[in-house]
Design a protein around this ligand. Sequence first.
Ligand code: FAD
Ligand code: DLZ
Ligand code: SF4
Length: 517
Amino acid sequence: MSQSAPSLRLVLGDQLSLNLASLAGATPADLILMAEVREEATYVLHHKQKIALTFAAMRAFAAGLEAQGLRLRYVRIDDLASTGAITGELGRALAEAGSFGRVILTECGEWRLRSALHAFAEGCAVPVEIRGDSRFLCSHADFEAWARDRKELRMEWFYREMRRSTGLLMDGDQPADGRWNFDAENRKRLPPGLRAPRRQRFAPDAVAREAIADVERLFPDHFGDLEAFGWPTTAAQAQEALDHFLRDALPLFGDWQDAMATGEPFLWHSLVSTSINLGLLDPLEVCRRAEAEWRAGRAPLNAVEGFVRQILGWREFVRGVYWLKMPEYGRRNALEADRALPGLFWSGETDMVCVRETVVAARDHAYAHHIQRLMVTGNLMMLLGVHPDAVDDWYMTVFADAYEWVEMPNTRGMATFADGGIVGSKPYAASGAYIKRMSDHCGGCRYDPAARTGEGACPFNALYWDFLIGNEARLSGNARMAMPYRNLARFGDAERAAIQASAEAVRERMGAVRPAG
Ligand code: FAD
Ligand code: DLZ
Ligand code: SF4
């Protein structure tokens, strides 16, 4: 086959960027394959909004490529001839759409699909070129080099390297204003009556409405509602939403980053994760835009640094950990958690206001902000002892921004300590006191956040102390757990027994059962 034979180029549903590696050098003679397939829509039963968002954004992106004169083979979800899988659609395109000199892919974001694509490449009659995903700011090679010979992988050190290598928020070789991290200033509690800014949401356009109708028809049993769909589905909308965030919410993003409030699902968060993960926004550009707000004096450094750290630091760090540690990472269960996930995480039917707020936000918006994911649902799942596979399944199902490379290190690592300390140095275990301090939820809750045991006690409390008791052998030697274990040491045998009995009653009441046998 001559060098000039056309190429078949694949664009996946979360690769919707014009600067995508597999589009580089594309000519009108090449064929670009985009395929809506059942396998991607159902390997977990994604939230309806996630599927509708992906299909709407894919269709809009394909139309944009065609308008540039590129040749598309776009397979719709209801195409009766479809094989239902990405690799099957690659094979079908090769068989049906002419002859190609090579197939060009951009590496994908999940181990599962990566394995399938590598198997496809091995068996393919034409050469398959898999290009690195240049939309991330740290390559696999750079992360591996950074991680090599380190005893511990800590986000903070990685983040400083990323600040240096990108020059973001740097004055020469020093951090802007002399500090790397303003986290200590970003843990304020919301004063009563403070209202969050209105968020930029988008009424579905014709393309999104059609995608929503397809999802209603084809995936009626998936989790979540479509009524409040308001996600940006094009790069232009994503830019508009980003402009709005930078202007109206960024200045207070830092102050209220860790806060939670009843009836306020979004607070001062950016809502950019779906757009960045799909490829509609470029992470470096988002960080540079935030930095420009600080340099222009329109946003304080604690807000801008806090925001940039999430994208430049956490987002890149968890991706590095995922690819460095997979597939073994996906089997980690350091705390030997083995319980079932209670039904309340799906139904939202619970008297626990903090949990209900999070599940309702997930159901209505396919969204919950970071502290809800970490300190409410993640914390509760860890304290209950829910098996990490069930935890992953829930997080992958309920959020529109869920992709395993980012979801898994956050759940197995940050939220539940199932990875045994790769992502975080200690479990983020917390009692009701933390949620009371950071939210207004407890005032409207039938449970008492100050009570440890008894029918009206906040369920987090007995579970928290029981978690410490149950994991004493594993965790009491961890220097960062010294304080909680000193507090536990004050409890006598009777108090410990009462806590354990209360925690067991909570687990039973919720249905966090152990598998039979
Ligand atoms: P903001 O609070 O405004 O933050 C800005 C951006 O920083 C986010 O859009 C995101 O791109 C990035 N970011 C912030 N925190 C993290 C983090 N811990 N890891 C990676 N990136 C981060 N994020 C996902 O994109 N997909 C997921 O599947 C996902 N699952 C999570 C599961 C758990 C248990 C936890 C604790 C966090 C998870 N996160 C996930 C990270 C974070 O909660 C979301 O990125 C964030 O809530 C998205 O809302 P936002 O855009 O308003 O974020
Ligand atoms: C999330 C998603 C969904 C719901 N559907 C599709 C699809 O039909 N076709 C496609 O190319 N991509 C889809 N995606 C995104 C993929 O699941 C994603 O590319 C992989 O999980 C790797 O990150
Ligand atoms: Fe949540 Fe406990 Fe507060 Fe109720 S009392 S809102 S369950 S932390």
